[in-house]
Design a protein around this ligand. Structure first.
Ligand code: AMP
Length: 446
């Protein structure tokens, strides 16, 4: 009898846990938050959300290892908002904030701020974003009355603090997003300075795509008995992305891109170049060919970047040409294709780039151009992602020299994919439906 009771209790518990994992209602979030996420169409927490939200709601510190695209913003934003809702609707302190979210780039800060606004839209909370590259005056004005949630880049926040226009002694929740990137960009001293200004009692959540030694060190200095949550290491995240390599001569890349973009199946494409100058040239070429294209890179003003992102997000512009730094952290839904006009020399950048598509369960496509000089990059990438990227040789600009060059991949049977010679059209993707653009491109060239 006792055994049966025990089993039943277990069944109930298992059922409850399943319920927890598969819908937001079971997480115990405040009603206005549930309403907002319902309006966003989120029905199921992503794995990082299912893991991070419960301990964060308990007040625990969190070390989250997750990349952009996994739903990590909501993973920290929802419990943060819940905490604000529960701790009462007191006015935020003048020049202070109750929650602080640090992000390495202004683009990421802007994206997080947009999410916070969306998730808190029924809560009557005051939020703000501050970053460099724009006038500080307006930001001083915003901070004067104080805010509930402040999203900031480290440098500008310290400027405001140093000018006595912001203080951090009322922070209850501190989030450090993309900590690895933050350290890469040399923000470690700023982050530590900021952390030292927080009151003793506060909750901290730190997120990073990787757990490099330096990140570990920062985590040890900032987190108190943290719960570690981790989702989808690199190689599994990108499994959702249909990847392909197109060997091409450098001089033919623009023509190839123009040909691809004739296919309307490419609804929203993010095109990556290695240099700012290259990004401008590609965008100009596309505009000349009648394809509306925005550009973002480090030399564009904040206004230009914001406009480009807005037009790309709302679909007015179908193609965005970007460099790596500029595209970091940009969160735009519905990117159907990432096109690597140039292969990055850092394998991690490849992973970050193609992670812009195939988000939150959607299937995306990443097309990479590879010229003869980029073969070494391709090998590094394949080593990192621990998989071979299928080659599509049947396009009008296929370059045999690039495909077979230097005995690098050739030895391993690169050629046309899976060891076939490059001219063999029966490549390793013959089971897949032949993409529209390839049929079009082939006809146009003939
Ligand atoms: P992030 O990793 O925070 O950049 O989120 C990636 C994308 O996933 C964003 O476009 C979010 O709007 C979306 N998203 C986040 N959580 C969910 C969810 N539970 N269900 C569906 N989409 C989500």
């Amino acid at each position: 009898m006792r055994l049966i009771a025990y089993r039943l209790e277990n069944v109930v518990r298992l059922h409850k846990e399943k319920h927890y994992m598969s819908n937001f209602d079971g997480l115990g979030l405040a009603d206005p938050i549930l309403r907002a996420i319902n309006e966003q169409g989120y029905s199921t927490p992503t794995p990082i959300q299912a893991q991070a939200i419960p301990p964060m709601l308990e007040g625990r510190d969190i070390m989250g290892i997750a990349q952009t695209g996994t739903g990590k913003t909501a993973a920290f934003a929802l419990p943060l908002l819940h905490r604000l809702a529960k701790s009462g609707g007191g006015r935020p302190p003048q020049r202070g904030t109750r929650a602080l979210i640090l992000a390495p780039t202004r683009e990421l800060a802007g994206q997080i701020y947009a999410c916070i606004r969306t998730y808190s839209q029924h809560m009557g909370l005051r939020s703000a974003v501050v970053y460099g590259g724009v006038s500080i005056r307006g930001q001083i004005g915003t901070m004067a009355r104080g805010v509930d949630i402040l999203v900031a880049t480290p440098g500008r926040l310290l400027d405001l603090v140093n000018q006595k226009c912001a203080h951090l002694n009322a922070v209850e929740t501190f989030v450090l997003d993309e900590a690895d990137r933050m350290l890469d960009m040399g923000f470690s001293p700023d982050v530590k300075r900021i952390a030292a200004l927080l009151p003793n009692k506060h909750q901290t959540a730190m997120f990073s795509a990787t757990m490099a030694k330096t990140v570990q060190g920062l985590a040890e200095s900032l987190l108190n008995d943290p719960v570690r949550v981790e989702v989808a290491p690199v190689a599994t995240t990108i499994e959702k992305v249909d990847q392909r390599i197109l060997f091409v001569r450098k001089a033919d890349k623009r023509a190839l891109l123009g040909g691809l973009l004739k296919d309307q199946e490419i609804e929203r494409a993010l095109v990556f170049t290695r240099t700012k100058h290259g990004a401008d040239k590609v965008a100009r070429h596309l505009e000349q060919k009648g394809v509306r294209a925005g550009v973002i890179h480090g030399n564009r003003s904040q206004n230009q970047r914001e406009r480009a992102i807005r037009e790309f997000s709302n679909g007015r512009v179908r193609v965005m040409v970007a460099t790596d730094i500029a595209a970091r952290g940009i969160d735009i839904d519905g990117v159907t294709h990432v096109i690597n006009f140039d292969l990055p020399n850092e394998p991690d950048s490849y992973v970050h780039r193609i992670g812009r598509t195939g988000r939150a369960g959607a299937v995306g496509t990443a097309i990479s151009f590879c010229d003869v000089e980029e073969k070494a990059y391709l090998l590094d990438i394949e080593k990192t992602i621990r998989q071979r990227v299928p080659v599509f040789p049947d396009h009008p600009f296929h370059c045999d020299v690039a495909a077979n060059d230097a005995g690098t991949t050739k030895k391993k049977g690169r050629g046309g994919g899976n060891g076939r010679p490059s001219g063999d059209k029966g490549n390793n993707n013959q089971r897949r439906r032949k993409p529209q653009w390839k049929r079009n491109a082939g006809r146009k060239a003939a």
